[in-house]
Ligand binder design. Structure first.
Ligand code: ADP
Ligand code: CDP
Length: 209
């Protein structure tokens, strides 16, 4: 399940995994965990060489339970801190560093290789697991995506969210390594005018097809 921020990847993937009795992996949480660790360490995130030099150090462990996805860095539960705005603002720069991607993609492939799973991210169908049985690319209008995100974040406006998302979309789709793009063989699903339950039902239909 790939797509931009706020298209519904996490909620739809978790709902589909629950309904199908599958595991679930949030690869964005892994990039966020790496970013959280870099910020803790005081690494200069504007310096890709500095990020590349340190990205092998943190032990990043992802759970795969759709009811309570866990993420730990060096044994610390970071599920809360990785959603803070400092991480959100910095994650696209860290995710653009090829050495970071190589390390996290290898970890993701290890988890996926262990058996049936719903995986969400930006490059799952194109790079991480091109042989996936079902590839879905979720989209929604920029306004809808910003509205959804601002409803989750206390005190944020739709306009501010839309601006922040547009910045991240540009960084994610223009980076040189594994940019956000629709994978070959993916089915595009526009969720703008659908409810969450309608999107999950459509995904389940596609899986059973
Ligand atoms: P992503 O993982 O792509 O960033 P999320 O799954 O986190 O997106 O969705 C962002 C927010 O939008 C969540 O609060 C979610 O419940 C809500 N949402 C997701 N899909 C829909 C939809 N089709 N209709 C309405 N709200 C949705
Ligand atoms: O919070 P949101 O749903 O918007 O994003 P996320 O899925 O948590 O991903 C955070 C960031 O990680 C993205 O903006 C990308 O920069 C990066 N990412 C990536 O490069 N590749 C992935 N497979 C997943 C996320």
């Amino acid at each position: 399940m790939d797509g931009p921020s706020g298209s519904g990847k996490s909620s739809v993937s978790r709902g589909a995994a629950r309904a199908l009795g599958l595991r679930y992996l949030d690869t964005g949480a892994m990039y966020r965990a790496m970013t959280w660790w870099m910020l803790q360490q005081g690494v200069d995130l504007a310096d890709p060489a500095a990020v590349a030099a340190r990205c092998g150090e943190p032990a990043i462990v992802s759970g795969t339970d759709p009811d309570g996805p866990a993420i730990h860095v060096d044994g610390v539960d970071v599920a809360g801190p990785i959603r803070e705005s400092d991480v959100t603002g910095a994650v696209s720069a860290v995710a653009a560093v090829p050495e970071v991607r190589a390390r996290l993609v290898a970890l993701q492939r290890e988890i996926i290789g262990a058996g049936d799973i719903v995986v969400e991210g930006r490059d799952i169908g194109s790079v991480v697991w091109p042989d996936a049985a079902v590839k879905i690319y979720l989209t929604a209008s920029p306004e809808a995506r910003a509205r959804r995100r601002s409803a989750e974040v206390a005190g944020s406006t739709v306009e501010a969210q839309q601006e922040a998302m547009a910045r991240r979309d540009t960084l994610d789709s223009t980076r040189k390594t594994d940019p956000l793009s629709m994978a070959a063989g993916a089915i595009e699903l526009d969720t703008t005018a659908l409810t969450l339950d309608e999107v999950i039902a459509e995904v389940l239909r596609l899986v059973k097809e």
